[in-house]
Design a protein around this ligand. Structure first.
Ligand code: DCP
Length: 230
């Protein structure tokens, strides 16, 4: 415990005692998180940590993301255990720079994806309980601060359109109902704020528009994104 606390503490005190800012970008599958992160990494001097999806598609030659989509009951725990580990790593890394933006968080991994597998009957209770034990231990014993959540709010139909367009092999089996369930969980958590504890204040940006309009909206929200976390 001492070692873990020292590591997290050292990270958060690297900038002359100034607190680091951590901004998490949240939203449904294919809502445009990557575009948002790219835009801010191009136009400001913040550090950006994209979602570790390449690791989820290839860990020592294994593809737990594809396995989970093929058979969620069998492989949901496998993928989500690894997602939880890689997100925890990202949170600890986020403490190394003065302002850091990261794609999703350990919180949405648990409150949205694990929760959805469990509620839809695709994750056995024992798997859910074990993931919950891990999550509770991590969030109780490690310091994983978040200063702002940016929620890119899309309709499930728009996400499906974008997800079909980008044509990621593993995702070809995703039905609209899956995107609808994730959407509902996101709305309950970040908009109605009626399900799980929020780790930080939320800024909602509507994100159904085409790219030029989205870039305009990002620019319009630049100050809110970069300063509301102060
Ligand atoms: N995923 C999952 N469980 C998690 C997190 C993600 O099953 N806890 C899955 C959902 C997607 C893939 O991993 O199939 C990652 O896709 P995202 O939509 O999160 O990332 P993108 O880069 O595609 O997002 P965007 O299109 O918004 O940039």
């Amino acid at each position: 415990r001492g070692l873990i606390q020292t590591t997290a503490y050292r990270g958060s005190d690297q900038h002359g005692g100034q607190k680091n800012k951590v901004i998490c970008i949240e939203g449904n599958i294919a809502c445009g998180k990557t575009t948002f992160l790219e835009y801010f990494s191009r136009t400001s001097s913040i550090e950006v940590l994209p979602e570790p999806i390449s690791k989820w598609r290839n860990v020592r030659g294994q593809n737990p993301l594809a396995l989970m989509y093929q058979d969620p009951v069998r492989w949901g725990l496998t993928l989500q255990t690894y997602v939880q580990l890689t997100m925890m790593e990202r949170h600890l890394k986020s403490l190394a720079g003065p302002v850091c933006m990261m794609e999703r968080s350990i919180f949405s991994a648990k409150y949205i994806f694990v929760e959805n597998l469990y509620r839809s009957g695709k994750m056995p209770e024992v798997d859910f309980v074990i993931l919950t034990e891990w999550f509770d231990w991590i969030t109780t014993n490690l310091h994983l601060p978040v200063d702002l959540i940016v929620y890119l709010q899309t309709s499930p139909e728009k996400c499906q359109e974008r997800q079909i367009q980008r044509c990621r092999e593993e995702e070809k089996v995703i039905p609209l109902d899956y995107l609808r369930s994730l959407h509902q969980l996101y709305e309950d958590w970040l908009v109605h704020q009626s399900s799980f504890k929020l780790p930080a204040p939320v800024l909602v940006i509507p994100a159904d528009q085409d790219l030029p309009e989205m870039l305009r909206l990002y620019e319009e929200n630049r100050d809110k994104v970069l300063t509301s976390s102060n």
